[in-house]
Design a protein around this ligand. Structure first.
Ligand code: ASP
Length: 312
C-alpha cells in the first residue's frame, strides 16, 4: 500500500494581501477534504474531484461560484479531470450555471464516448445527469470586472492587446486564478483535476487550457501528474502539463515543475504556474507569477499551505 498524497492549487497570478488568509484556508480545506477521502480508501480520482469541488464552492477562487466574468459580464466555466491509470480524461468548456463543472467533466469521462464537450451540449448533459445549477456570479467579481473593463477601455490592461485593437476598431461592442488538484492513492494511481472561470474579460466562447488534456492537466501513472494555472493561451501553446509529465520520467517532481516553468517563461512569456506529483509521492510547485496559492497534505508531514512555490 502506498501512502497517499494530495496537492492542490487555488491559482497563480497576483493575490492581494487581504485575500491571502481566506485563500490559504481554502486550499488547506480542499487538500484536507481530498486527503480524508484518500485515507478512507478513496481513489485518486475521487480525491481530486472532491478537492476541486471544495474550491469550486468557495467564492474566493475563480472556479464554480466566484468565477471571473467574460467580456459580456457572464460566467463561462471550463473544467477537466484525468485518470493516470487508464489515461482517460473528460472536460467541459463554456458551461453556464453548472454549480460544479468538475463533476460534469467526470461524467463526460465516465458516461460518454467523448473527451471534451462544450456550451449548451454540456449544459444539456448536466441537466440529464441532474447536476445542481447555480448562479455563479458574486459581487466581488462584478466589481473586479468593472475595474478591469475600465483599464481595458483606457488601453491599460496589457494582457489582452489584440482584443484591445478589436475594441478600438469597433469590432467588440480580462486576472485569473483557476483551481487544480493532483492525488496519489493507496493503489499508486495518480489523477488530476482542474476548474476555472477563465480569464477576466475573455471573449465570449473563449476556451482556455483548463479543459484540454496536456495543457491544463495531465496524469499518467508511468510519468506523473501535473496541472497548470495562469494565462491559458501560454499553457495551450506549450502543452505545459504534458511537458512537465514527460520531464518526470527522469527528473523529480520539483525539478519538472521548475524546468517547465522556466521553459515556458523563456519561450512563451510570463504568467504561468504549475503543480506536479509523482508516483513516489514527490511533489513540486513553481510559477513565474507574483503568487501561487497551493497546499499539500501527506501522511508523514504537517500540511503545508503557501502563497508561493519555487519562483522563477
Ligand atoms: N488557465 C486559466 C485560463 O486561462 C486561468 C487561470 O489559471 O487562472 O482559462
Amino acid at each position: 500500500m502506498t501512502k497517499p498524497v494530495i496537492i492542490v492549487h487555488g491559482g497563480a497570478g497576483r493575490w492581494p494581501k487581504t485575500s491571502h488568509k481566506t485563500a490559504l484556508e481554502g486550499v488547506s480545506k480542499a487538500a484536507k477534504t481530498g486527503f480524508l477521502a484518500l485515507s478512507e480508501g478513496g481513489t485518486a480520482l475521487d480525491a481530486v474531484e472532491i478537492a476541486a469541488i471544495s474550491m469550486e464552492d468557495n467564492p474566493i477562487f475563480n472556479a464554480g461560484t466566484g468565477s471571473t466574468l467574460n467580456f459580456e459580464g457572464k460566467v463561462e466555466d471550463d473544467a477537466a479531470i484525468m485518470d493516470g491509470d487508464s489515461l482517460r480524461g473528460g472536460g467541459v468548456a463554456m458551461v453556464k450555471g453548472v454549480r460544479n463543472p468538475v463533476r460534469l467533466a467526470r461524467f463526460v469521462m465516465e458516461r460518454t464516448d467523448h473527451v471534451l464537450i462544450g456550451g449548451s451540449g454540456a449544459e444539456k448533459l448536466a441537466s440529464a445527469f441532474k447536476l445542481p445549477r447555480a448562479s455563479l456570479r458574486v459581487p466581488r467579481r462584478v466589481r473586479a470586472a468593472r475595474q478591469d473593463m475600465h483599464l481595458f477601455k483606457t488601453g491599460r490592461l496589457t494582457v489582452l492587446p489584440r482584443n484591445y485593437r478589436l475594441f478600438r476598431a469597433g469590432l467588440l461592442s480580462l486576472s485569473s486564478d483557476t483551481v487544480g488538484a493532483l492525488a496519489l492513492d493507496s493503489q499508486r494511481n495518480l489523477a488530476a483535476a482542474c476548474s476555472t472561470g477563465g480569464m477576466s474579460l475573455k471573449l465570449p466562447g473563449r476556451i482556455g487550457d483548463t479543459p484540454i488534456l496536456g495543457a491544463g492537466l495531465y496524469a499518467d501513472n508511468s510519468l506523473g501528474a501535473a496541472t497548470a494555472t495562469g494565462i491559458g493561451e501560454l499553457a495551450m501553446r506549450s502543452t505545459i502539463s504534458r511537458v512537465a509529465c514527460d520531464l518526470m520520467r527522469t527528473k523529480s517532481a520539483a525539478a519538472a515543475a521548475l524546468l517547465t516553468t522556466r521553459m515556458v517563461g523563456a519561450k512563451f512569456g510570463k504568467g504561468i504556474g504549475i503543480i506536479t506529483l509523482k508516483r513516489n509521492g514527490q511533489y513540486g510547485a513553481a510559477h513565474n507569477t507574483r503568487n501561487l496559492c497551493w497546499a499539500v497534505q501527506t501522511s508523514d508531514a504537517t500540511p503545508v499551505a503557501q502563497m508561493t512555490g519555487k519562483r522563477v
